[in-house]
Design a binder for this molecule. Structure first.
Ligand code: ZN
Length: 160
């Protein structure tokens, strides 16, 4: 069997920044499992895994545009300093905010003075070309339930 439509694929990976070689993430013995064709993983990685077989290893380069996108200058925003009361601000400090709908927004402080704080809401990996060292551990047909739900069920149980 090879990676294709409506398969559940488990794979080990090491994720590196293409430019610096810095290791950003790795599965380290806990393979990532996903259902193909539903956007569970970044599209530029999934499309390049199609055709791979169980046990196959490949180094896959995913350009920023097909990974986490390019940084959007509109996502660098200024806010009044009083919103950050009680926070020991420094450039590079990661912060989280919650919208009225309860959605968590991650941001990084990029600048601040007495009146204004500038934060960057872009994904930390935006603008970075990525290298995935991938090893396909397992491939199986998706079950009707998985196709209906639009996600893989891990460990034989249900995973929301
Ligand atoms: Zn489900």
């Amino acid at each position: 069997m090879e990676v294709g439509d409506r398969k559940v694929v488990s794979f080990e990976y090491t994720l590196k920044d293409k430019e610096t070689g810095e290791i950003l993430d790795r599965s380290a013995g806990q393979p990532l499992t996903f259902l193909t064709g539903v956007g569970e993983i970044i599209p530029g990685l999934e499309s390049r895994m199609y055709g791979m077989k169980e046990g196959e290893k490949r180094e896959i380069v995913v350009p920023a545009e097909e990974a986490y996108g390019l940084p959007d200058p509109n996502l660098i925003q200024k806010a009044p300093r009083e919103y950050f009361e009680g926070i020991d601000l420094e450039v590079g400090l990661p912060l989280q905010a919650q919208t009225p709908e309860g959605q968590i927004i991650n941001m990084v402080v990029v600048d601040f003075d007495e009146n204004t704080v500038t934060v960057d809401l872009n994904h930390p990996l935006a603008g970075r070309d990525l290298v995935f060292e991938v090893e396909i551990v397992n491939i199986r047909e998706a079950t009707p339930d998985e196709i209906l739900h639009g996600h893989a069920h891990r460990f034989g149980g249900h995973n929301y």
